[in-house]
Design a protein around this ligand. Structure first.
Ligand code: ZN
Length: 160
């Protein structure tokens, strides 16, 4: 027996759609893993966010449950693999060589591309990011969050 929603007769068992697959570690402060809401037993870092026309809430579930809920056992694995690949690339990038420049920017260099995060002038405590001389508009409450945003931009340039 499990405590998951598969046993709850008010929860539809099929015809769900996957809205996204998200890495819980994308967000600072999120728990590194949660239990799948559907089976109640799988510990998941990559959460499949499911929606249903006849159910008010979205559910965060594991890859296997996502397959059962959509009737598609191929796509959940394929999408999760893609998200995992990006997360691994990000984690390696975060763990790479960063140095604090004279102007107190955190800077890294990958494949000849210089990029960094820096405190926003006149906005105490906020951080922003740049790739070479391209400055991005976003402002973030910590250097760490600015790095996550920077990676999103860097990832786009890599995949062009
Ligand atoms: Zn599950």
């Amino acid at each position: 027996m499990t405590s998951g929603l598969w046993n709850n007769s008010e929860v539809p068992r099929e015809d769900w759609r996957c809205m996204e697959v998200a890495d819980l570690r994308d967000k600072q402060g999120a728990p590194p893993e949660i239990l799948c809401e559907m089976c109640g037993s799988a510990r998941i870092r990559f959460i499949h966010v499911m929606e249903h026309d006849n159910f008010d809430e979205t559910l965060g579930v594991c890859m296997d449950c996502a397959g059962k809920m959509t009737g598609d056992t191929v796509s959940p694995a394929r999408i999760e693999k893609e998200v995992r690949r990006k997360s691994n690339a990000r984690d390696n990038w975060l763990a790479g060589h960063w140095y604090l420049s004279a102007r107190e920017n955190w800077v890294t260099q990958v494949g000849g591309v210089n990029m960094g995060v820096f405190p926003v002038k006149f906005q105490n405590g906020l951080w922003s990011c740049r790739i070479e001389n391209k400055f991005f508009k976003g402002m973030y409450p910590s250097a760490e969050e600015a790095k996550y945003a920077l990676f999103e931009e860097f990832w786009k340039t890599l995949r062009r």
